[in-house]
Design a protein around this ligand. Structure first.
Ligand SMILES: [Zn+2]
Length: 260
């Protein structure tokens, strides 16, 4: 399997935000953004290819909203976040989907979708930055690839998986695409695990602060969300961490980092 080492700019290193720098250790890779190793049985090239397919399909299936009142805000925050965090090595794209759903998602290739419904409850740019940062955190954390690798490993048995993948190259099937969670291919956004959600929250706060937004905006946003009725279609709500748990974890992270 091929492992691509993404070079870090000085700014990345300074910020400690380098995304996707990986060191192969028998199917495990150290992720510098997360500060932990993770199972990576899927090459970055394959992930990019699948993500691009999923993005094309999503754009065909969903109704894209062109209204500049929504798009200007999303572009402004997205472009700022990417530039200021040094994550511009991906070809980021930010699209508004014309739906009442309170939802947002990202693909590993930096394609981001916000639904009109979630933008409608975001009064401040900092609220958009909160969710944008969270989604960027999933990308830097390589969460989709990790999930796909875990699913693959559990299907085949870890040792076998490594051998098969190396011999044959990864033969992608529908399971793999779904596990990448680019589940959008099937009209389903897979929820991330509790660990992935907390990691994305922490990275998201780091990114928004780096980009110049006040970290309390993240707490404000999540507090406002917790007062909304629970919509099962909402990625954040449908996953394991309760609002309370994630808010207190974020608060602890903000204190530990010394953000104010
Ligand atoms: Zn998430």
């Amino acid at each position: 399997m091929t492992i691509r080492k993404i070079s870090m700019s000085r700014r990345d290193i300074v910020l400690g935000l380098a995304a996707g720098t990986i060191i192969p250790v028998s199917g495990c890779a150290q992720n510098s953004a997360l500060g932990r190793s993770q199972l990576q049985l899927v090459s970055q090239d394959q992930i990019m290819m699948l993500s691009q397919q999923a993005w094309q399909e999503a754009l065909q299936r969903e109704r894209v909203l062109r209204d500049p009142r929504y798009n200007r805000r999303l572009q402004r925050v997205g472009a700022n976040m990417v530039a200021r965090t040094g994550m511009s090595d991906l070809d980021w794209e930010f699209v508004v989907i014309d739906s009442d759903q309170v939802n947002a998602w990202v693909l590993p290739n930096g394609k981001v979708a916000f639904y009109r419904g979630i933008l409608d409850i975001m009064e401040e740019d900092g609220h958009i930055a909160t969710v944008m940062g969270h989604e960027m955190g999933h990308v830097a954390g390589r969460h989709a690839a990790e999930r796909a690798s875990q699913q693959r490993a559990s299907q085949l048995g870890l040792q076998l998986a490594g051998a098969v993948l190396q011999q044959q190259g990864v033969n992608f099937n529908e399971d793999m695409a779904a596990a990448l969670g680019v589940g959008v291919t099937y009209g389903v956004i897979l929820p991330y695990s509790r660990q992935h959600e907390f990691e994305a929250d922490r990275l998201g706060v780091d990114y928004m602060v780096t980009a110049g937004y006040a970290p309390h905006e993240a707490l404000d946003f999540w507090l406002a969300m917790s007062t909304l009725h629970r919509d099962a279609s909402f990625e954040f709500m449908s996953t394991h961490p309760s609002d309370e748990a994630r808010i207190s974890a974020m608060r602890a992270h903000i204190a530990a980092r010394g953000y104010s």
